[in-house]
Each structure stands twice: as C-alpha cells, then as structure tokens.
Design a protein around this ligand. Structure first.
Ligand code: PLP
Length: 366
C-alpha cells in the first residue's frame, strides 16, 4: 500500500463540486480583486475566529510582515519567537528590521512561556505566539507576561485554523492574528492567500491601507508606501466554501490523530503531546524519535510518505547567519530538528491507510 504524507487531490474531491461551481461563478463575475467574495469571506472569517475584524492579504508571510509593521516594530526592536518554528515567522520580524529573540519550545513543541521573561530587555516590543502543528500555545501565561511588560502579542495561526485556548478561538486572544491559506493548511486555498484578524479598529484600517498600495480614500490617493498584498476573489470564494466545512474537516483530522494516539505503541516513538486547554486541530501529527532518519527511511521503503517540520531551525539557516548564532546555542530546537517527523494526515485518508501506517510504525526496531 502507498500512503502519501498529504494528498490534496483527495481533500479537494470531498467538496469538489462545490469548489468547481464557486470557481465558475467567480470567473464569470467579471470582478477579480477586492470585491464581494473577499468582503464576505472577511466577514465570515472574523465571525469564525471571534474577531471584530478580518483583512485578507496575499500570504501568511505578508500578514506577519504587516502585523509587525503596524505594531511599530523597527530597527533595534526585539520580538520573542520560538526557536523551532517555520522561517516565515522570523522573516516577518526581520523584514521590518526587527531582531528575533529565540525562546526554546516546551514538550508540546510550542513556545515555552516560562522562558519568555528571562529574554525580555528594554528593546522587547512583542511576542510572536506560533500555534505550531495546530495546537494553541499557553495563551494565559503569554498574555500575562505581555501585560506585565507592556508587550504586544501576535498569534501566528497559519497552522491552527479553528483551534481554541480554553474555549476561546485563537487569533483573537492577542493583539493581532496572522493566517496563511497556503493549500496544505487546514483552511487552504488553491494558491496563496493570507489574512489578519484583530479586535482593534485602527489596526484593521491600517492593514487595509497597507495591503493596497497605501491607498486610503481612492485607489490613486496614496498616503503611505504600502504593498500589493491582496487576497484575490477566486481564492476568497474557494475559502468561503471550505470555511463552511472547516469544523467537519478539523474533526476528521482529530479522529485520525486519536487513532494514532491509541495505535502507536513503540517505545522508540513518542507520539504528539497535546497541551491541556488546547483543542488541537492537527495541522500535522508530529512524533519524536531519536532514530528519526532510520524511521523515515524505513517508512519510505514501505511506501509511506513523511515530512520533517523543520529540518533546520531558523537560527542555523544560512539566511540568518547574520544573527551570529551557532550550533549549540538553542539545543532544544536543534534536537527537535533531528527528532521530529510528520506522519501522513489529511482529509480523505482512509482507516486502512492509517492502520497500515500504524502497523509499520509499531514494527520499527531502530
Ligand atoms: C505556512 C506558514 C507561514 C507562512 O505562510 P505563507 O502563506 O506560506 O506565507 C507562517 N507561519 C507558519 C507557522 C506557517 O506554517
């Protein structure tokens, strides 16, 4: 049996007819940028995330870049970010000339909130809480530290569409929520897309101005140097269809995760830990294994696809050698990069496929 790590075609087919119908409708509308689909999606997604405002942009990275810009992060300002995250989180900070200050992850593979305070200096401006793999960071502790030190909080929700922290939707707990709709995400488009959510009206207005060339009143009245970062009508239409099914799609992922939790019985493999208080939506199901590379090869020999999220932590990337960090500086992130493995998980995955994966995982001898 062959099992892919992710099969977007399978996911598409679940509501394929609905997407196809909507796509034709948008194509025939004659309106492709900043129209009714984007407006309606923003309304629906604000409601879904329990936020007052949602502004669609072109990608998750753009959302992060815009968020830190609006919060006033600039040269010399420091932003706390977890050390084992995706590179986009760091780029969103450095594109504004801000400096990332890395905090190591906890046993849930997310920012260890107990280690934030020791990294705060008089230059610290914000905390980026990345809800990695689809489960919430400890938002109680993060908000408490932020309040105590007068810091802003950005939530990176690119992997956590629909997660909650103690019953509250992520993306509306901090000052700004940043979202990606890259096709593999739980709420994925059919191309690039992103959004920002906030309860702050002034921020929302700034997001709208920045995404559209800094134009405020009319398209040709540019008050600031903005960007071209617009969610397009076609993607917004697709996202509206998928959003209407997102709770079911997340439930399916949660069931797959539960079967992994129950089925994986191999002392060499540590299944994903879920933080109490977070309802994980399992963007990825990540295991830890000291013999990760051997396990990955073994699964590959058995036609099972896996991915490493992420093989090189940001501070060791060539792009960030300018930060002056070296191997050994962030040992937990470095160890995780050698241990983590994302198992197959996607909407439309069959029980037979999953039983096959579990059987192979349990037969791995190292
Ligand atoms: C995917 C992702 C991003 C970036 O989103 P893009 O739409 O690809 O720019 C940012 N942060 C995290 C955690 C992600 O997983």
């Amino acid at each position: 049996m062959k099992v892919m790590q992710n099969d977007l075609k399978r996911q598409h087919d679940i509501y394929g007819e609905e997407y196809n119908r909507k796509a034709v409708e948008v194509l025939n509308s004659g309106w492709y940028i900043l129209g009714n689909e984007v407006k309606e999606f923003e309304k629906e997604f604000a409601e879904y995330t329990e936020s007052k405002y949602c502004v669609g942009v072109a990608s998750g990275l753009d959302a992060l870049q815009i968020a830190f810009r609006v919060l006033g992060v600039g040269k010399g300002d420091e932003v706390i970010v977890c050390s084992n995250s995706y590179i986009a989180c760091v780029m969103g900070i450095t594109m504004n000339d801000g400096t990332p200050v890395f905090v190591e992850p906890d046993e849930y593979d997310n920012l260890d909130a107990d280690k934030i305070e020791e990294k705060i200096t008089d230059k610290t401006k914000a905390i980026l809480a990345v809800h990695l793999y689809g489960q919430s960071c400890d938002m109680d502790k993060i908000m408490e530290v932020a309040k105590k030190h007068g810091l802003k909080v950005v939530e990176d929700c690119a992997q956590s569409h629909g997660t909650t922290w103690k019953g509250r939707k992520n993306g509306s707990i901090g000052d700004i929520g940043c979202w990606s709709f890259y096709p593999t995400k739980n709420l994925g488009a059919f191309g690039d897309g992103g959004a920002l959510t906030t309860n702050n009206e002034a921020y929302a207005e700034e997001f709208r101005v920045i995404r559209n060339y800094g134009a405020k009143k009319t398209h040709y009245d540019n008050e600031i140097v903005g960007m071209n970062s617009r969610l397009d009508e076609l993607q917004a239409g697709m996202l509206r269809v998928k959003l209407s099914h997102l709770n079911d799609l997340n439930k399916e992922r949660q069931e797959i995760a539960r079967r992994y939790d129950e089925g994986i019985k191999n002392p060499l493999i540590r299944p994903l830990q879920t933080r109490p208080g977070s309802n994980a939506v399992y963007h990825q199901y990540v295991i830890h294994c000291e013999k990760r590379d051997e396990l990955m090869n073994f699964l590959k020999e058995n036609d099972i696809g896996t991915i490493i999220h992420y093989p090189i932590p940001p501070h060791l990337q060539q792009a960030y050698r300018g930060l002056g960090l070296k191997e050994g500086d962030l040992p937990i992130a470095e160890r995780y990069a050698k241990e983590v493995l994302s198992l197959p998980i996607f909407n439309g995955m069959t029980i037979e496929e999953q039983e096959y994966v579990i059987e192979k995982l349990n037969s791995f001898k190292g």
